[in-house]
Design a protein around this ligand. Structure first.
Ligand code: PMV
Length: 369
């Protein structure tokens, strides 16, 4: 696949009058089976499955203009941001064999997130996938639509090849591979899903029960502080983790069982696997060397409240965690009223300044221009 995309890259002369602006909005995603541990160039040690979110998104515009050499500037929320810009620039330069035309372009990138600053929500999945879509659209303007296009992308989102978008998003930031598909995505090769790959994610939109297509995710902000250990360092610590082989075996088993539950609408199994995966992720951090803890006291308070409420009411809500202290509260749309009452009456007491974000399963990237 890599070679096909290499041979498809535009290597010609960029026309002198080539200039314009493209814009894409791309969502964040929340993993149910977690990707934790990688090898090589962002190749996952185990497959992962996520919900694509709707409200937490990055909106990224790329202005391009013919130039003698590669030029690059990055603005976040209207202000030049060389630190984040350097990451994107490095991604482009490291992968210029796929994007040789960038050496004839001046690029100005303007990006913003729809979710608040310091909410502890990782923005690399949404921002990297939005940027990748922009660069691929510029390529399409030079070459015409991809000959390898697969009709997996969100409706009305143009003529991009979403499999390729997922591949480049993965190279930019692993879990970003899953953000380009509507509803749910699977990233990582597994015998339980034909066509799955370590190189890019695939859409699970047509493999899930309708209940999951409108699932809600209330993100309960326990702390908006930048986490003390980055995901990159966390992945690296899996290398010496004595529990790593058992973890990868369990994740593969969970993929198989979760896929069956997603298909059949089996909420008990969904809850069981989702919560166990969140706790395994944090357990792996606690038994790394050096060990570290990203949960806060209020993370545990929320987990206890959520479990107690489920036991008392039999409402099928559950939690998952990202690599941080915030709690993602997942529930079917049909229970929204009762769960939101719980959030407003009880759970906000454990949130930093009472903050939470009402999100839901979404339809993937959108073309803005
Ligand atoms: O994509 P990265 O390198 O930021 O790693 C993401 C890791 C988790 O968010 C903890 C799990 C996942 O699968 O998204």
């Amino acid at each position: 696949m890599e070679n096909k995309w290499l041979s498809e890259a535009f290597r010609g002369e960029v026309p002198d009058d080539f200039k314009g602006k493209v814009g894409w909005s791309s969502p964040s995603n929340i993993a149910l089976v977690k990707y934790w541990g990688k090898k090589g160039k962002q190749i996952p040690q185990n497959p992962s499955i996520s919900f694509t979110l709707s409200e937490c998104r990055s909106e990224t515009f790329v202005t391009y203009e013919k130039a003698d050499r590669f030029g690059f500037r990055f603005f976040f929320d209207g202000k030049e941001n060389p630190a984040f810009g350097a990451k994107i620039e490095k991604f482009l330069l490291d992968n210029q064999a796929f994007f040789p035309f960038i050496n004839q372009l001046n690029l100005t990138v303007e990006s913003r997130n729809t979710f608040p600053h310091s909410s502890g929500i990782a923005s690399s999945a949404s921002s990297m996938s939005a940027f990748v879509m922009g660069v691929m659209e510029i390529e399409t303007l030079l070459t015409g639509p991809s000959t390898l296009r697969q009709d997996q992308g969100p409706q009305g989102s143009g003529t991009l090849d979403f499999c390729k978008a997922s591949y480049f998003s993965r190279l930019a930031s692993g879990s970003a591979a899953r953000s380009v598909f509507p509803k749910m995505a699977l990233w990582g090769a597994t015998p339980y899903y034909e066509g799955s790959s370590d190189e890019y994610a695939v859409s699970l939109e047509n493999d899930i029960h309708p209940v999951f297509k409108t699932y809600r995710d209330a993100i309960l902000i326990v702390s908006g502080e930048t986490k003390s250990v980055s995901s990159r360092a966390g992945h690296a610590l899996m290398e010496g983790n004595p529990y790593a082989p058992a973890r990868y075996a369990k994740a593969n088993e969970n993929i198989k069982d979760l896929m069956a539950a997603l298909k059949g609408g089996d909420l008990d199994t969904f809850i069981n696997i989702t919560e166990s995966e969140a706790l395994q992720l944090h357990a792996l951090m606690m038994c790394s060397n050096p060990s570290y803890i990203l949960m806060k006291p209020n993370t545990l308070n929320l987990i206890n409240e959520i479990r107690e409420f489920r036991e008392e009411t039999h409402i099928p809500l559950c939690f998952t965690l990202d690599a941080g202290p915030n709690v993602h509260l997942l529930y079917p749309e049909s229970e929204a009223e009762k769960v939101e009452e719980l959030i407003k009456n009880e759970l906000v007491n454990y949130c930093a300044e009472g903050r939470w974000i009402a999100d839901r399963v979404g339809d993937g990237p959108k073309k803005l221009l």
